[in-house]
Design a protein around this ligand. Sequence first.
Ligand SMILES: Nc1nc2c(ncn2[C@@H]2O[C@H](COP(=O)(O)OP(=O)(O)OP(=O)(O)O)[C@@H](O)[C@H]2O)c(=O)[nH]1
Ligand SMILES: [Mg+2]
Length: 312
Amino acid sequence: MSEGERSREGANTAAPPGFKSGFVAIAGRANVGKSTLMNHLVGSKLSIVSAVPQTTRFPVRGVLHRDTCQVVFIDTPGIHKPRYLMNREMVHLAVRVLKEVDLIAVLVDASEGFGPGDRYVFDLLKDAGAPCFLILNKVDLMPRERLLPLMDEAGQGGRFAEIVPLSALTGENCDRLERLIIERMPAGPPLFPPDMLTDLPQRLARAEIIREQGFLQTRQEVPHATAVMVETIEKREDGLTRLDATLFVDRDSQKGILIGEGGRMMKAIGTASRRALESFLGGRVHLSLWVKVKEGWRDDTSLLRLIGLPLS
Ligand SMILES: Nc1nc2c(ncn2[C@@H]2O[C@H](COP(=O)(O)OP(=O)(O)OP(=O)(O)O)[C@@H](O)[C@H]2O)c(=O)[nH]1
Ligand SMILES: [Mg+2]
């Protein structure tokens, strides 16, 4: 059990009368906006976001604290066709979460309608057990008149307890989703201390911030072929935090792209990562990045464990 994590049985905080708490999985195919939604609901950037599918690689928990309720959201990797061991594990972890929660919020990109990837996810929900909300995300990208037919189509078969159109990006209708989720939470004590937003270990959280910059600044296969491992985190007495991290890629050509002409790409990723880390940590950061080629790392169990994929 990682730092600060609490199980329902292990919660050591006395339950105020009438208090509710529970776990909610945020699931769906890749790139539909799961991490954006969790960050919005929790009010903090806990899970990284990019326009590249398969950004999230392991479940990230985020806690919503309200006076009478605590909701633990679990942002999951997007369900997709896996090519490497890493991707098989990502999908496995996402599917496993569905069986461990009180409620599932399954997202689709409403501006694209339902595709085969979404239908595959809907089929997986049959074995899940928990009630499911269907979230029609990205409504800011579509004409309103297309929403009603989509909601009708989604309502057929009656498999969803609620259908909620919203925009995770603008926040439109997210407050309604929060209310509907809280209504469904079972009675129970707080599961996390009041000031705890996530139980993601520090080293992984810092690596994710750097990886996000790699995802934002590189193209094609490079983001998918990049892993980040933070080796050192040293908080000095003068307040500066020193971080050393290695970016692993699969091939020499990807290393070339990541470093860029005259080191330009590495500098851009380094500067953007340092700024993001400084704003997250609220203090100065000295960041050193190295790039290494490790062919086939996505099929390498020990490296996958080091970057946060448990490989159960
Ligand atoms: N316009 C618009 N864009 C959105 C919305 N929600 C998410 N996005 C964008 O969609 C892209 C994917 O968002 P993510 O939150 O990373 O999606 P995800 O489902 O977590 O993706 P994976 O982790 O790859 O499965 C990003 O570019 C987001 O900014 C929305 O409501 N409206
Ligand atoms: Mg994500």
